[in-house]
Design a protein around this ligand. Structure first.
Ligand code: SAH
Length: 248
């Protein structure tokens, strides 16, 4: 799979994508990465990518010509990419979206800056994504977030010791269960006895219960869509109500 970014700061991606799990995966050929510089598609001496908004107002907007030229040129070289734009007005990026993008072969992530983009640019987008309800100074962190979340799902990205199959949000729609490592006793805080028992069935049951409890406590909004039994749902809703009453 190939990720490509289009941005006025193409140099910010490399340091993050060169280290740890993603760095290894990339070196092993699990995914490829290309950073395009939007200014390569400007034609004036100052390599201008922005202009003042019609109708007045503060700040500058990214002008459409370089973005159209760039996306068209990149798209027509090789397989047509799935084109993602970023904006706080986009659809919220989540694990399901990451799973869907992991099935693409080529993804182009277009990063805004300044006060955003001329609205006509979004005609180039297959989808517009937002990281959440806050405003960043640019789309580069959003692109890195998407690349990170998607790349770790690709076959071979995580080592044998790690797995993307039993984590928060997927496949059950629950948060991950609580986890502990050595020491078994730390500053007076212990570890649930069952985890030390070596009894795999009891450990599995405890983890399920822990995942439901944590979801009910921290993200009750996820319970509606979670893959849990009626009995588990009743218990989770009771926990969520306790939380609302402040008794949890
Ligand atoms: N004026 C715009 C914000 C522009 S921020 C507004 O109020 O909606 C500049 C760029 O940062 C955007 O074009 C987008 O690419 C990126 N960005 C900012 N916040 C983001 C978010 N929550 N998710 C994804 N991208 C974001």
């Amino acid at each position: 799979m190939t990720f490509e970014t289009l941005s006025v700061f193409p140099e910010v991606f490399e340091p993050y994508l060169g280290v740890s799990v993603l760095g290894r995966a990339r070196r092993a050929g699990v995914f490829d990465f290309v950073a395009h510089d939007l200014r390569d598609w400007t034609h004036d001496r100052h390599r201008t990518v922005d202009d003042a908004p019609f109708g007045g107002g503060q700040g500058m907007l990214m002008k459409p010509e370089p973005i159209f030229e760039a996306v068209e040129a990149i798209s027509s070289s090789g397989e047509r990419p799935h084109v993602v734009f970023f904006s706080p007005c986009g659809r919220r990026f989540d694990q399901r979206c990451a799973e869907r993008l992991a099935r693409e072969r080529r993804v182009l992530l277009v990063c805004g800056r300044y006060e955003g983009m001329d609205e006509r640019c979004y005609a180039l987008a297959d989808e517009v994504l937002s990281l959440g309800d806050y405003v960043l100074t640019g789309g580069e962190l959003a692109a890195l977030t998407v690349i990170d979340a998607v790349a770790r799902l690709l076959p071979g990205a995580l080592g044998d010791e790690m797995s993307a199959v039993d984590e928060s949000f997927s496949p059950s729609g629950l948060l991950e269960y609580a986890q502990y490592t050595r020491p078994a006793s730390f500053r007076g805080m212990g570890v649930p006895e069952v985890l030390l028992s070596g009894d795999h069935a009891r450990v599995a049951a405890w983890r399920r219960e822990s995942a439901i409890e944590r979801t009910a406590r921290w993200r009750p909004d996820l319970l509606d869509a979670a893959d849990i039994t009626d009995e588990e749902r009743a218990r989770a809703l009771e926990l969520a109500r306790e939380r609302e009453r402040g008794t949890l």
